[in-house]
Every structure is written in C-alpha cells, then in structure tokens.
Design a protein around this ligand. Structure first.
Ligand SMILES: [Mg+2]
Length: 210
C-alpha cells in the first residue's frame, strides 16, 4: 500500500491538536482542503518552489473562520513531481513551512491541523493519490484516534479496502478542491464536495460551509 506522507513527521507520529477557538469540544467536522487553487493561486502553473507560492489574499482569515465555526483543517495535496523525480520531499517541506508561517502571520487562528501529501506519480496508481480516497481516509482516522486519546499505531488504522468508512463521521465535513480528482476523492470517501474556481479559491465557496 502506497501510504500518504505527512508534513515533517512520520505518518503515525503523535499529532498535536490545538484547541479550537469558539467551541468547547470538536464535533468531528473536517474541512479537507486541496492546496493549489484553494489556499494558494496556481494560475501560473505548478508550484515548484517557495517563489511560486502565493496565498490568496485574505485566506488566513477564511481558514480562521472555519476553525471558529468548529472545523478542524486538513490539507490533502497530490505532489507527483516528487514521484516523477523532479524534486524532493525537502523542497515540498520548505513550501509547506512557508504556507504554515504565512497563514499564522495573517491570522493566529489559521492553524492547519494536519498536512498530508501524495508524492506518487500517476503511473504508481497509489491509493493515496486523488481521486483515490487514501489521504482522506487516513486523515479522518488520525484525527479521530488523536481526539479520542488513542495511540496512532498501525493496528489502529485501516487502509484501502479494509476501511469500511463511517458515513456518519463525515456528516458536516466538506472537501474543497478545484479539480475533478478532488471531486473523485470526495465521492470515494463519502464527503460533501465544493469546487473552487482555481483563480479565487476558498473565498468562492466558504459561505456554503459556515
Ligand atoms: Mg488544486
């Protein structure tokens, strides 16, 4: 099984879940956010370096507003340049460090709870590459296990066909993306999908989430 990767951590490392502002207890809702075309503008093409990375104006306040309304935030992004051998994990880590720091600089409540990425090339046919649902399945389980105070161990996670899905678990959750592959992953996972115009991002759909 070609598993998703997690930003600057092994997949099963302990996860820090900072308190959500405005709610006493997380009710399980996740905002699964694609990256390019949702958080940052990729109108000019692929993001191959930090110099290509431009958050949309006001995006930090929008992410903060999702958290204030009770969502935890998960970024799920296909990153095939790694699998194609164009550049490595270290470059992606730099881009994601920049994303995290710019979001927090924009609004201290704009916290991303988890970043998962799929480094595989399309020819790998990875279960964790959208439109397959692997990243969403893993994110759901990592967040739920952590919130329940359970250890992240291999035996607690279900992968691929073994993951039977918990339909009720995604009531109120949303996947936001700008591509058919995002919509496919949402459908395969069983979560509501909202499509952004890639040139305006999350701002275009957030009224349907709050
Ligand atoms: Mg995208």
């Amino acid at each position: 099984m070609l598993l998703p990767h997690r930003h600057r951590a092994a997949l099963l490392d302990p996860l820090e879940l900072p308190p959500l502002p405005g709610v006493d207890e997380w009710d399980g809702r996740l905002a699964y956010l694609d990256r390019d075309g949702v958080l940052n503008d990729n109108d000019e093409g692929y993001v191959n370096s930090e110099a290509d990375f431009f958050l949309f104006n006001g995006i930090a306040d929008l992410v903060a507003s999702l958290r204030i309304s009770g969502y935890r935030i998960v970024v799920v992004t296909n990153q095939s340049p790694i699998g194609r051998g164009w550049w490595g994990h270290d470059r992606l880590e730099g881009i994601h460090d920049l994303m995290i720091s710019e979001l927090l600089a924009g609004n201290e409540l704009a916290v991303i709870d988890l970043i998962l990425y799929s480094p595989y090339a399309p020819s790998d046919q990875a279960w964790s590459r959208k439109p397959c649902p692997g990243m969403l399945q893993v994110a759901r389980q990592l967040l739920d296990l952590t919130a329940a105070g359970q250890q992240l161990v291999e035996s607690n996670l279900l992968y691929g066909p073994e993951y039977s899905g918990k339909p009720d678990a995604e009531a109120g959750s949303v996947m936001v993306g700008d591509r058919d592959s995002d919509e496919g992953a949402a459908a395969a996972h069983g979560v509501r999908f909202l499509r952004t115009p890639g040139d305006t991002g999350l701002a275009a759909v957030i009224d349907h989430m709050l």
